[in-house]
Design a protein around this ligand. Structure first.
Ligand code: NAP
Length: 286
């Protein structure tokens, strides 16, 4: 059997190093930080993600609070809670867990959070700042993709990057982060024609389609670097959007699911809480 372990991009090692660094920074600077997560309803996947976030806060000595609301809570009531948290001196970061029920407008909610506490980076101010290359709170998963490439000394500058996703969470912020790093970026989505032709031009291929094993070797250039952002369940098992075993021989490097980019999403939330603390101080001194 061929050993392909040298091709696996190790996200766990980077996650562990980063988390220790955050914990040390908080301790050494005696920072008092608090993250508040608001959840509407009891979606099982959301429960798991929230649990991971709360545990990570505990490991890094960030105080956390989960406000769990009834799924039928009105948008007006939700906005009142956000207002109260915006005004609270003790709260560093606010996150409203998605998915939200259909009667809630996610854009209104994202923009209700004061941008200095918007640790998901979804508000229009943080988006605008990102697109203008200004210091801001960047969506956690997108930030994780860039960081893991850099940690593994994978050159970004001048590379052809194809991102299969155009969401506010992944594709849009990532496009700007890759552009900031001088890559040539193509963004694909469900209306893209000849997807495999485009994706097989990519030196770096980022996939966040949300369809298990969607990407096979026919979508991949020989020697490409593949970052699989997808999280799916197939036969009760967690898997990505990339058919790992089909692509492993053709690519030069690949992330796994589980154990891949997703690990960095939570760590970058902690990074954003620390950053939110500093942004608030800068904002208050202006
Ligand atoms: N690793 C992590 O930490 C993390 C964090 C967040 C999300 N995720 C996962 O990442 C995936 C995407 O999340 P999301 O929130 O961005 O989902 P989303 O908003 O549904 O985005 C999916 C994207 O894939 C595109 N797409 C769907 N089918 C396609 C097809 N046949 N060909 C080409 N493009 C196609 C969609 O195109 P349109 O825009 O045209 O619809 C859209 O841009 C999900 O599996 C999610 O669970 C992982």
């Amino acid at each position: 059997m061929v050993d392909y372990s040298h091709k696996i991009i190790n996200c766990k090692e980077y996650r562990d190093i980063k988390e220790v660094g955050i914990a040390k920074y908080i301790l050494e600077n005696s920072l008092k930080l608090k993250l508040v997560i608001i959840q509407l309803g009891d979606d099982p996947a959301s429960n798991t993600y929230i649990n991971n976030k709360l545990k990570a806060c505990e490991r890094c000595k960030i105080e956390s609070e989960l406000i769990k609301l009834d799924v039928n809570t009105s948008q007006e009531d939700l906005l009142k809670i956000i207002d109260r948290l915006n005004d609270s001196e003790n709260v560093t970061g606010i996150l409203v867990q998605s998915p939200l029920p259909p009667h809630i407008d996610s854009k209104v909610v994202a923009n209700a959070i004061v941008y200095t506490k918007d640790v998901d980076g979804f508000s229009i101010i943080n988006k605008g700042k990102l697109y203008s290359n200004e210091d801001c709170l960047v969506p956690c998963t997108a930030q994780g993709v860039i960081e893991i490439l850099k940690y593994n000394n994978i050159e970004i500058e001048g590379k052809n990057v194809v991102i299969i996703n155009r969401s506010d969470l992944i594709g849009k912020p990532l496009t700007h982060l890759f552009l900031q790093n001088n890559a040539t970026v193509t963004v694909c989505h469900s209306y893209t024609q000849n997807l495999s032709e485009i994706s097989s031009q990519a030196d770096i291929l980022v996939v966040g389609v949300g369809k298990a094993k969607f990407i096979t070797k026919d979508f991949v250039k020989k020697g490409a670097i593949i970052l699989d952002v997808g999280i799916n369940f197939l036969d009760d098992k967690l898997c990505g959007d990339v058919d790992f075993f089909d692509c492993i021989e053709k690519c030069s490097k690949i992330t796994t699911v589980p154990g891949g980019v997703g690990l960095l999403t939570v760590t970058n939330l902690l990074t954003n809480v620390v950053k939110a603390f500093h942004l608030k101080n800068i904002h208050n001194n202006q």
